[in-house]
Design a protein around this ligand. Structure first.
Ligand SMILES: [Zn+2]
Length: 268
C-alpha cells in the first residue's frame, strides 16, 4: 500500500511514529500549523514554531525517507487575541518562500466568534495576496454546520480565491455536501473517539463518491492514531472496495490536490 498523510501534527509525535508510518507505506506527510495544547504567549513562540515546522521537522522525517510539508497560520483557538493574531500573520510572509511550505492553514473557526471570523478574513486575504493554497479546520462542537457555512461564505466572498485550491477539513455527514458543492475539496478526519470513525468515513464515500475527498489522521498530542489512514484503507478492502479505488482515495487524491503547488513532490 502507498498513501499520503495529508494532515498530521508530527511535532507532538515520537520518532517511532515516523518509522511506523513509513513502514505502512506513507510517502509524504503534511503538517498544518496548530494549537500546542496551550496558548502561546507571544509572537516569538510562533516564530519558533514556524522554524520547527520548516527546518527541524522535515529533517526528522527525512531520516526515514519521508517527505515532510507544512502549512502556516495562527490557529482559530488562539485567534481571540486579535492583536497577537495580527502580529503572527505579519511574520508569516517571511516563511512562505521556504521549500516545504504548501500554503495557509489550518485556519477556520473554533467557537464561531466575531474575532475568529475577523482573523479568518485576514488569513484568506494573506493567502490571496501571496497566491497560497488554503487548508481549513472546521469546528468540532455542535456548531460544525453553522461554522462550516460561515467559513464557506468568507472564502466565497473573496473572489481572488480559486475554490479548487481550498480544502475544508474535518467534514462529517452533514457538512460534506455543502463543501463539495462549492467546488472546494473536503477532508475526513479519522479519530478513534470523535470526528469521523473509519466506518463512517467509508459510508460517506459510498454515498458521495471519492471525487475531491481525502482522509487524514490529524494525529496530534491528544487521543489519535497516526496509522488511521492505512487502517481505514484495510477496512475499505474488507468491505469490498477495489485496490484502484483505495489508491485513488489515500494516494492519488491528495497528490492531485497538493500537487497544485509545484513544491509538493512525492517520491512515487
Ligand atoms: Zn489539525
Amino acid at each position: 500500500m502507498r498513501y499520503i498523510e495529508p494532515h498530521a501534527h508530527m511535532v507532538s509525535r515520537v520518532t517511532d511514529d515516523y518509522v511506523r508510518m513509513t513502514t505502512a507505506g506513507c510517502q509524504a506527510v503534511c503538517e498544518p500549523a496548530f494549537w500546542a495544547g496551550f496558548d502561546r504567549g507571544s509572537v516569538n513562540g510562533f516564530h519558533d514554531y514556524f522554524c520547527q515546522l520548516t527546518e527541524h521537522e522535515p529533517k526528522r522525517a527525512g531520516k526515514f525517507g519521508l517527505a515532510h510539508f507544512c502549512w502556516l497560520c495562527i490557529n482559530p483557538k488562539e485567534s481571540e487575541d486579535i492583536k497577537l493574531a495580527r502580529e503572527v500573520i505579519d511574520i508569516i510572509p517571511e516563511f512562505l518562500g521556504r521549500p516545504n511550505v504548501l500554503g495557509i492553514g489550518e485556519i477556520g473557526l473554533n467557537k464561531n466568534s466575531r474575532n475568529e471570523i475577523k482573523v479568518l478574513e485576514w488569513h484568506v486575504d494573506l493567502a490571496a495576496r501571496h497566491d497560497q493554497m488554503i487548508l481549513v479546520h472546521t469546528p468540532h462542537l455542535e456548531d460544525k454546520l453553522k461554522g462550516t457555512r460561515l467559513i464557506l461564505d468568507v472564502i466565497k466572498n473573496d473572489k481572488r480565491i480559486r475554490p479548487e485550491r481550498v480544502i475544508i477539513d474535518h467534514v462529517e455527514e452533514h457538512t460534506v455536501k455543502i463543501v463539495l458543492e462549492t467546488g472546494m475539496w473536503a477532508g475526513m478526519t479519522l479519530y478513534p473517539e470523535s470526528k469521523c470513525s473509519p466506518a463512517r468515513a467509508i459510508d460517506i464515500i459510498d454515498l458521495y463518491g471519492s471525487e475531491r475527498l481525502w482522509m487524514n489522521s490529524a494525529c496530534d498530542w491528544g487521543v489519535s492514531d497516526p496509522l488511521a489512514v492505512p487502517k481505514t484503507a484495510l477496512e475499505m478492502r474488507r468491505r469490498g472496495h477495489q485496490s484502484e479505488a483505495i489508491d485513488r482515495l489515500v494516494f492519488q487524491n491528495p497528490l492531485k490536490f497538493l500537487g497544485q503547488n509545484p513544491r509538493f513532490k512525492c517520491p512515487s
